[in-house]
Design a protein around this ligand. Structure first.
Ligand code: GLU
Length: 560
């Protein structure tokens, strides 16, 4: 874009500048069905889930049609800009592995031939089009002051008239070229406004989701601002020129923009351009914890509105992505009514599936269910890699422990809680893992408190005897069957019943299941654990012995 020289362009006819600009943006060589789309966030806050949602929809649609997906930064509103917001947005796409073909990269570079992809770097381009509209009488300089505008607003309100600057309310709409020149020479601050045509018509728009809109131009009339007093264009003008030059043929954006669409249609007409297709995405909603009613996900109130909070909370990125794509479809609403449907959708996002109207509900429990299925499909190798990556960012203590020992050890530990072949799908978020497998690591085991409620009715001597018996009889090559038989037989020789009937008939101290309960508490300090046989095999007999003795010492001390 170095060929564009803003100052030089000021001196030539607007149409000549436009010609030069358009030569730099040739037609794309793509198959006819290819969708060229973009996500165009403004750097005004954290990486919102809605931004990820729209990015995913764009990515999927462009990918499915061998099209192009662009990341463009709409940074023309400098007042609302928040430092490092652009980095957060780029990081979010990067972490979630949502790849775009063109745009700004995380290291501040640009990729693609249709840039610059940062709007503040495109100001000379916008100016050429604005000048062209002025020259053609479709836009005008407006020197009205804030006070004058406020006066008009008040009068309109009083008389119950549609508010805004248009028609008779615009002091400069039909000013003579001399008057305008005079003000420009005086250096009076101005904005450039679109001259909303007098002609009354009904605009018809069909959104990609199939929803149809009719707009009465009379109701929407407004000489809206194209260029602000600081010389920077508004969103209305800038995005439209960018989409046109970048050959975007589908604009996917939040449905809060639908009310601005008449402006955009009118502006396309004035510029003699064909508008792209649009998909106005219904917002992500949430059940309000207090009112229990549905409402739009709130930037301020809902932590889950920030994608990094969901990642920190341990949801796998594929879980988040799958779930978001799933709720973007109307099929989701239908399927969630039906029980026992496969939970991971298998679909190619097709425009006919896109939702119109009602928002999509973010249901954390459903997100958890999808994530559980996704984690269950990960091989131990994949899960351990993902867990290391996640904990390095969000749980450094745990990361330090697990990264300190062998990765194959971590994989074996993980298999005890996540093994779809054995129907173990215990994990829906990475945050649940430290609690479940932490005991395998001595550094963590040492910090845990014993949960002994299930065995506290047994006399210490019995526990001691059971532990010693077990240590004498358990061998590393025991099969699962041997293991169970040993525990049963130890139960029987130590006054425990083999079943409920026997328990009722005799004065046994309890059931034989006290034996595994004791072993479980010794090795995990918990009443509940993954498969005990597997746990012992992973820990090894030396550690088994250590932990059994440690429990005995603990109980001995406790009993005084
Ligand atoms: N910059 C606009 C926003 O952040 C983007 C709208 C669009 O995609 O055109 O809402």
């Amino acid at each position: 874009m170095t060929e564009l020289n803003g100052e030089k362009m000021q001196e030539e006819e607007a149409s000549d500048s436009i010609q030069k600009i358009e030569n730099l943006y040739p037609e794309r060589k793509l198959p006819p069905e290819a969708i060229v789309t973009r996500v165009a966030p403004s750097p005004t806050g954290f990486a919102h889930l809605g931004f990820v949602y729209i990015s995913l929809i764009c990515k999927e649609i462009s990918r499915n049609t061998n099209g192009v997906f662009i990341f463009r930064l709409e940074d023309t509103d400098q007042k609302r800009e928040i430092k490092d917001s652009d980095t957060a947005l780029l990081k979010a796409l990067n972490v979630l592995d949502i790849k775009y073909d063109e745009g700004i990269t995380l290291d501040g570079e640009e990729k693609g031939q249709y840039g610059p992809y940062r709007q503040t770097e495109r100001v000379p381009i916008y100016n050429a089009y604005i000048r062209d509209l002025i020259e053609k009488g479709m836009a005008y300089y407006c020197f009205m002051t804030e006070e004058e505008i406020e006066e008009i607003r008040k009068e309109q309100k009083k008389n119950n008239i549609k508010p805004g600057i248009y028609g008779q309310y615009s002091k400069w709409r039909d000013a003579t070229p001399e008057d305008i020149r005079k003000q420009l020479e005086l250096g009076t601050p101005y904005v450039v406004r679109f001259k909303w045509p007098e002609k009354h018509e009904i605009l018809n728009h069909k959104d990609l989701s199939g929803k149809e809109y009719f707009f009465d131009t009379e109701q929407y009339k407004e000489d809206f601002v194209l260029q602000k007093s600081n010389g920077i264009p508004t969103y209305h003008l800038a995005h439209l020129i960018d989409d046109y030059l970048m050959k975007v043929n589908l604009v996917v954006r939040g449905n809060e923009w639908i009310s601005s669409l008449p402006k955009h249609i009118m502006l396309h007409k004035a510029l003699g351009l064909k508008p792209p297709s649009y998909y106005h995405v219904p917002p992500i909603e949430i059940l309000d914890p207090e009112t229990k009613g549905r409402r739009k996900l709130s930037k301020r109130k809902d932590p889950e509105a920030n994608i990094f909070n969901l990642l920190k909370d341990g949801f796998p990125k594929d879980g988040i992505k799958t779930y978001l794509l799933w709720i973007s479809t109307s099929e989701y609403d239908r399927q969630t009514q039906i029980q026992n449907k496969p939970i991971i959708p298998d679909f190619k996002l097709d425009p006919s599936m896109l939702k119109s109207g009602a928002g999509s509900l973010l249901d954390i429990n459903r997100l958890k269910n999808i994530s559980r299925e996704i984690i269950a499909q990960m091989s131990p190798e994949e899960l351990s890699t993902n867990l290391l990556e996640w904990s390095k960012l969000y749980d450094l203590d745990f990361y330090n422990v697990i990264s300190n020992s062998d990765k194959s050890y971590l994989q074996r530990c993980l298999e005890t809680v996540n093994n779809p072949n054995r129907n173990r799908k215990d994990i829906s978020k990475y945050t649940e893992i430290p609690e479940k497998i932490g005991f395998f690591y001595n550094e963590i085991y040492e910090t845990l408190e014993y949960e002994i409620s299930s065995i506290q009715n047994l006399p210490f001597e019995t526990i001691e005897k059971i532990i010693n018996d077990f240590l004498n009889r358990y061998k590393e090559d025991n099969t699962l069957e041997d293991f169970v038989n040993i525990m049963k037989s130890i139960g029987a020789t130590n006054g425990l019943a083999l079943n409920k009937e026997e328990l009722e008939k005799t004065n046994a101290l309890g059931l034989w299941s006290m034996v595994p309960a004791i072993i479980r508490i010794a090795i995990t300090k918990r009443n509940i654990s993954p498969d005990l046989y597997e746990c012992i095999r992973i820990l090894g007999t030396r550690e088994l012995e250590n932990r059994m003795n440690q429990l005995l010492n603990y109980l001995r001390e406790k009993n005084g």
